[in-house]
Design a protein around this ligand. Structure first.
Ligand code: BG6
Length: 479
């Protein structure tokens, strides 16, 4: 297979993401035969590493995945290291030279993936030089992988796109949103469109509301500098959350290819209703920031290292949103995401109306993490003498063995990029529409009376106002 021939250039090879996620993902692809011996990887960085050093690091990072030592050693022999300053045009000549040498050595025939695992301000510098210094190949493919943040608002995202487009076409840009690589997230489309049972009732006649929870137990960890300028809206809502909203609500694509899916996601993203006043914002959203826990065992957000002691950056956000379309008229989507809440919980609940009385009788829970699977809650008779009803779950969860063999987020996405499949990547227009929604919230929030920070205890369920958001509609969050 032509796609099996591949040279990956990894900018940021000495970084944390590379050894935690990328090397193990690439190794698994090699182990399972999705990457052949016509493969090589050039890791670049400013550190004075050499080929031996990168091979050592890669070997260490894949140690839990190795079943065949010899095969693993064969794998690491495909790794090379180049000391490289991304700002120095001359360094791209050395890169080109090494790439051509390896291309010849492994008979790669020009296929290239450029993976930038560095700060976003470096993306345009690198892409510009790749093109200017003729590192891009004439024969084979040239694909670019980048990761968020794609800008810090709509205008800066547009500016970034403008720069990138000078060297790469949109079809060559693979923007990773790692949520789109998650097994259960990829199953949303399948669940909706391959099960007539659901497809026929996926609308406002049958669905009462949807909930999406992306909660984390961890705090800001060691990312203070990035996080304090982002906050939860830019870190989790603009990307992961809105992508989930889009997958859950998009119309059925005529063609299930990248373009068909992208167009339909874009359509719903641009139909998310904006809050038209500060009152509407206050009514429908909740911002929060974590405090210490009740026993004072952890730091409040503002006391974390390198966080501004007066920071107003939200670490929690919940909202009730609506989509302006016939299918979703009057179906609220409640979203929430917070750091340092009681437990890691990434899940979606679709609550169905009862045919006769408008109550919620059934719900479907899609669990993305920590467990992966579904629960469909149905009504049946009590087992007691009385004639009451009880709710019983029909459930399917992956077991430990399944989970172990399951491809990880990065593994799936890198594989997709190798085979040129773009449907699980975010198109620029989706990024743009998502920023538009987030920008308008942040602009309004700037003018609103600031809520009192910090306002929820670490390891609690979040600010109590997030419960009121649903309670005032006679609903409640499902755990
Ligand atoms: C990242 C955010 O995109 O997603 C992090 O930058 C967050 O702040 C992470 O912790 C959550 O990902 P996951 O896969 O653990 O839910």
């Amino acid at each position: 297979m032509e796609n099996n021939r591949l040279l990956i250039t990894l900018f940021g090879a000495t970084g944390d993401l590379a050894s935690r996620k990328l090397y193990p993902a690439i190794y698994r692809l090699y182990k399972y035969g999705h990457i052949s011996n016509h493969f090589s990887l050039i890791g670049t960085g400013r550190s004075k590493w050499d080929d031996n050093k990168i091979r050592e690091v890669v070997l260490e990072s894949i140690k839990d995945e190795i079943d065949d030592k010899e095969h693993a050693h064969e794998f690491i022999s495909h790794f090379y290291y180049l000391i490289h300053d991304v700002n120095d045009a001359d360094d791209y000549s050395s890169l080109k030279e090494l790439a051509e040498k390896l291309d010849h050595q492994y008979d790669i025939q020009g296929n290239r993936i450029y993976y930038i695992s560095l700060a976003p301000n470096l993306f345009p510098i690198i892409t510009h030089n790749l093109k200017q210094q003729n590192v891009l190949t004439e024969q084979g493919f040239n694909r670019l992988i980048i990761e968020k943040p794609f800008g810090h608002d709509q205008a800066s995202a547009a500016e970034l796109q403008n720069q990138l487009e000078k060297s790469f076409d949109e079809e060559q840009i693979y923007r990773i949103d790692h949520y789109l690589g998650k097994y259960m997230v990829q199953n949303i489309k399948t669940l909706r469109f391959n099960n007539p049972l659901f497809e026929s009732i996926w609308d406002n006649q049958h669905i009462d509301h949807i909930q999406i929870t992306l909660d984390e137990e961890v705090g800001v960890e060691d990312r203070a500098e990035y996080y304090d300028t982002s906050g939860v809206l830019k870190d989790m809502i603009q990307n992961h959350m809105l992508q989930l909203v889009a997958l859950l609500t998009m119309e059925k694509p005529e063609n299930f290819d990248a373009e068909g899916i992208h167009q339909n996601k874009l359509e719903v993203l641009s139909k998310i209703q904006k809050f038209d006043s500060i009152e509407a914002l206050n009514e429908n959203t909740v911002f929060g920031q974590y405090d210490t826990d009740k026993d004072n065992t952890v730091l409040a957000y503002r006391d974390e290292e390198d966080i501004d002691p007066e920071s107003m950056t939200p670490t929690y956000f919940a909202a009730k949103i609506l989509i302006d379309s016939k299918r979703w008229e009057d179906v609220p989507i409640y979203i929430r995401s917070g750091k340092r809440v009681a437990k890691k919980a990434t899940h979606i609940v679709v609550a169905f109306k009862a045919a006769s009385n408008g109550n919620i009788e059934n719900h479907l829970k899609i669990e993305i993490a920590p467990k992966q699977g579904y629960e469909l809650h149905l009504k049946q008779n009590n087992t007691d003498y009385d004639d009451g009803l009880m709710s019983v779950p029909l459930s399917y969860y992956l077991n430990r063995e399944d989970e172990k063999s399951l491809a990880g987020d990065y593994e799936r996405l890198i594989y997709d990029c190798i085979i040129g499949q773009r449907e699980n990547f975010t198109h620029y227009e989706e990024v743009d529409a998502s920023w538009e929604f987030i920008d308008h919230i942040l602009k309004l929030a700037d003018k609103a009376t600031p809520p009192i920070y910090p306002n929820y205890a670490s390891y609690s369920i979040g600010p109590k106002e997030a419960d009121s958001l649903l309670e005032k509609d006679g609903r409640y969050w499902y755990d």
